[in-house]
Ligand binder design. Structure first.
Ligand code: MV4
Length: 461
């Protein structure tokens, strides 16, 4: 019998192996069950007691505590999928989620990788090819060539002069703040390039670099997209993720404060156009710097992101369910005209960390109280008695609120933070409570440097 495009497309699966841990393993498991899919949870030895293990249909320990030997062990995960009869792998975020070779290996093993094609992952993983694809699609980018820097010193100097100082040197294999160096003026240009090249060679196995205008006080604004395999793509609105310390986001919100529809609309449409042009499938995030009223593309993330809930709250779209459905080959059941942005949402990342040193704080959660009430959502895997292990990321919960206005959402977050009690380990909750009392934050007057400056002032006081 002739198959409809809907049926013939990519993955048909009824069991999903969740190749991740922590709160996102819980989040993905909920989405799978709601879609009628069976789940396979995996764990390292440190996560044997994880609560999502007992709620999954299967629970397999795939290796020792070290992530390199478990959550990053591609062969162990593919073997677990085969043993458990999974037809698909959801990589979550971090770990193998943006590993093109893993996406490829999964597909070659007959499994659906719940994410973009390995070729899309590879294109976006190379920040130069990503920029080239975006410029070709009409997405506004930071001034600077979409090609690797040559070796010739004179040509390099000419490129820098053309852009205008200050410039920033970035590694093609970098991203997320790794492998970059600001060059304030010409006399330190060649030294900066030599240092960054060596770092890039060591860290990413490639010495390839590119140069951009350095923006001094931008905000970090990102656009969420979702695309199917049938030529449909929509953007689900924007988020502000400027509130970060050392490239670790702490608070995210949707929509970005003070960004009016007229100015973001063409940027969102350009992102959608870019997705169609490169044949993108799945969820993705376009990262922009926003300065003096203009947007500049910097990177595209090809995974589900930690902060996806703020967009779920404002758009009403279950992003994880939609991501799984498009991986099954379904047509996106959503048109751009259906997408709205209602109210305002904040997310706080609750980290198990020392309040002064920010070092991870491991140990047993002796007491836990989580907030309840209208417009409050908590994404977490922890419970009273849970042992926070020192092996992984310190994220233990995400506190998400939604309210009609930004001011009301801030008040709701203050209420949610007041109702959150975690004892036995140190957390950043006291610091988040103080941040939500900050006047400039309440006014939406922040940029990517705000939090670090605020922390410096607070320490001095
Ligand atoms: C920049 C920039 C200023 N100008 N590029 C850091 C993470 C990586 N995604 C790109 N990053 C930056 N790229 C130009 N041309 C400043 C940063 C940056 C940053 C960006 C987003 C969020 C936080 C940041 C913190 C420091 C620097």
């Amino acid at each position: 019998m002739l198959e409809t495009p809907e049926q013939s497309a990519a993955g048909r699966f009824d069991t999903v192996l969740i190749a991740n841990r922590g709160e996102i393993a819980v989040r993905i498991q909920h989405a799978c069950r709601e879609l009628g899919l069976k789940t396979v949870a995996i764990c390292s030895e440190a996560d044997r007691e994880a609560p999502y293990g007992s709620t999954a249909d299967r629970f397999l320990c795939i290796g020792p505590s070290s992530a390199a030997k478990s959550y990053l062990n591609q062969d162990a995960i593919l073997l677990a999928a085969r043993l458990a009869g999974a037809g698909a792998i959801h990589p979550g975020y971090g770990f193998l989620s943006e590993n093109a070779a893993f996406a490829d290996a999964a597909e070659k093993a007959g499994l659906t990788f719940i994410g973009p094609t390995s070729s899309s992952i590879a294109t976006m993983g190379d920040k130069i090819s990503a920029k080239r694809a975006m410029m070709a699609a009409g997405v506004p980018c930071v001034p600077g060539p979409d090609t690797a820097l040559p070796d010739d010193p004179d040509t390099i100097e000419r490129i820098a002069l053309e852009i205008g100082y200050p410039v920033i040197i970035k590694a093609a294999g970098g991203g997320g703040g790794r492998g970059m160096r600001v060059v304030p003026k010409a006399d330190v240009l060649h030294e900066a390039i030599a240092l960054t090249r060596e770092e890039a060679r060591k860290a990413f196995g490639s010495p390839s670099l590119y140069m951009e205008k350095f923006l001094e006080h931008p905000r970090h604004i990102e656009i969420q997209v979702i695309c199917d395999d049938h030529g449909n793509a929509v953007w689900l609105g924007h988020r502000d993720c400027s509130m970060q310390r050392r490239h670790q986001k702490v608070v995210e919100e949707a929509p970005a404060a003070g960004i009016v529809p007229d100015i973001i609309q063409p940027v969102g449409m350009a992102c959608v156009q870019a997705c169609l042009q490169i044949g993108y499938r799945g969820v993705g995030t376009f990262e922009f710097l926003y300065e003096d009223g203009a947007f500049y593309f910097i990177e595209m993330n090809t995974r589900l992101q930690v902060e996806h809930p703020v967009t779920e709250m404002t758009s009403g779209v279950d992003i994880v369910q939609a991501q799984i459905r498009v991986a099954q080959g379904h047509v996106l059941d959503l048109n751009q005209g259906d997408v709205t942005c209602e109210g305002h949402s904040f997310e706080c990342r609750i980290n198990a960390e020392d309040p002064d040193s920010f070092l991870p704080s491991a140990g047993v959660v002796t007491h836990l109280a989580l907030p309840t009430g209208p417009g409050i959502r908590v994404d977490t895997h922890i419970h009273a008695g849970y042992k926070v292990s020192p092996y992984y990321d310190s994220l233990i919960a995400k506190l998400i609120v939604h309210a009609p206005t930004r001011a009301e959402a801030m008040a709701r977050m203050r209420e949610a933070l007041a109702g959150t009690e975690v004892e036995g380990i140190s957390t950043n909750i006291p610091f988040l409570r103080a941040l939500f009392e900050d006047g400039a934050f309440a006014q939406g007057e922040t940029d990517i440097h705000y939090l670090e400056q605020w922390l410096k002032l607070r320490r001095a006081a």
